[in-house]
Design a protein around this ligand. Sequence first.
Ligand SMILES: Cc1cc2nc3c(=O)[nH]c(=O)nc-3n(C[C@H](O)[C@H](O)[C@H](O)COP(=O)(O)O)c2cc1C
Length: 190
Amino acid sequence: MKKILAFNGSPHTNGNTSLALKVVTDELNRNGVCTETIQLGGKYIRPCLGCRKCFELKNKSCIIKDDKINELILKMDKSDGFIIGSPVFTSNVTAAVKAFMDRTNFVAKANGFMFKGKIGAPIIVATKTGANFAYSAINFMFGISDMITVGSTYWNCAFGKMPGDIFNDKEGIEGFVRLGNNIAELLQKI
Ligand SMILES: Cc1cc2nc3c(=O)[nH]c(=O)nc-3n(C[C@H](O)[C@H](O)[C@H](O)COP(=O)(O)O)c2cc1C
């Protein structure tokens, strides 16, 4: 069975990002795709040290051992792709998402592009401004990781402030449903 990981970059486990991810994972599950949601926001994740040891050691892991990043790299390696969800924080992704992308992406690159051919999709929620920057930041990670990005009929963004508000953004939610279907369809083709 194909497996997609859904990363929640918000510190809120039941906030808008989590709800948005659930819309997509529900759709994937409905189409026979297995999913696992992983909380990033609010967790202890150290930023990349820029030491480039991963390129020296080439052992599919980061030298920082006191957080969950190495465990996540293994999970990502075994998966068929991942959705990275983030709320907009000061016009970009959250610090947790940034640290997660820097470290997983560098280890993957250092080890012969471990994420090659996997599916990637960003999901962004915002109150008002900055969704494009956050959306691009995640797509830029996929773009340098030899991955296949999936779109929808609108960019995978929805607007809302307090938890649940995104359900007032009908177009945004429709886009997430469509995204789930598109990922499932692509998984069948590759
Ligand atoms: C520290 C912080 C910074 C934020 N910066 C922005 C911003 O630049 N633009 C924006 O539209 N919303 C911003 N927001 C609002 C969140 O993106 C919005 O409330 C979102 O729905 C929260 O998603 P969540 O429930 O998954 O955490 C910010 C919220 C916080 C807490």
